[in-house]
Design a protein around this ligand. Structure first.
Ligand SMILES: Cc1cc2nc3c(=O)[nH]c(=O)nc-3n(C[C@H](O)[C@H](O)[C@H](O)COP(=O)(O)O)c2cc1C
Length: 158
């Protein structure tokens, strides 16, 4: 059975709320998905998942250090995430504060790992983003992204 994981770093809860919405939608769409803070994730376990979704607050336009550390710690398993489905999301304080560059930074690492990234022609093209606490519109984008990631993962695993 294919499995997914949504992992995130969050100090004040905004990214965590997004992670829960995405993971809930992935489970609702039929992909068994865990939702974990990054400090509870062992990088050695990530190759067990068919879909890996990573969320970070925007820190100076980039992913927060604990997320970057996890990615760097994957170097010993380079190649083992090849062909898995990826996705990213971010939260920032300000409009234009760097959420998109944060998402793209995570997606760049996923592409280097050989992961499969699906964009979205509607709404948040690169991945869901929130300015401050996620509102209903952001939560809908998170749910949509979770559903699309689950559908692609199930299709590729069939
Ligand atoms: C070290 C640090 C750097 C930050 N840099 C930015 C930034 O460049 N742009 C921005 O809009 N918000 C920035 N923020 C604000 C956070 O991205 C924002 O509060 C986010 O929603 C926090 O997510 P969380 O609740 O999941 O911890 C920064 C916050 C911290 C602590």
């Amino acid at each position: 059975m294919p499995r997914g994981i949504v992992l995130y770093y969050s100090r004040s809860g905004n990214t965590k709320e997004m992670a829960q919405a995405i993971a809930g939608a992935m489970n609702g769409a039929g992909l068994n998905t865990e939702c974990k803070p990054v400090d509870k994730v062992n990088p050695d376990d990530l190759p067990e998942y068919d879909a890996i979704v990573i969320g970070s607050p925007c820190y100076y336009g980039q992913m927060a250090a604990p997320i970057k550390q996890l990615i760097d710690d994957l170097v010993g398993r380079h190649g083992q995430l090849n062909g898995k489905v990826g996705g990213a999301f971010a939260s920032s304080a300000n409009l234009g504060g760097g959420s998109e560059t944060t998402i793209v930074g995570i997606l760049q690492a996923m592409l280097i790992a050989g992961m499969v990234i699906q964009g979205d022609p509607q709404g948040s093209h690169y991945g869901p983003l929130s300015i401050g606490r996620p509102d209903e519109q952001v939560k809908r984008q998170c749910e949509r992204r979770g559903q699309r990631i689950a559908a692609l993962t199930l299709k590729l695993s069939a």
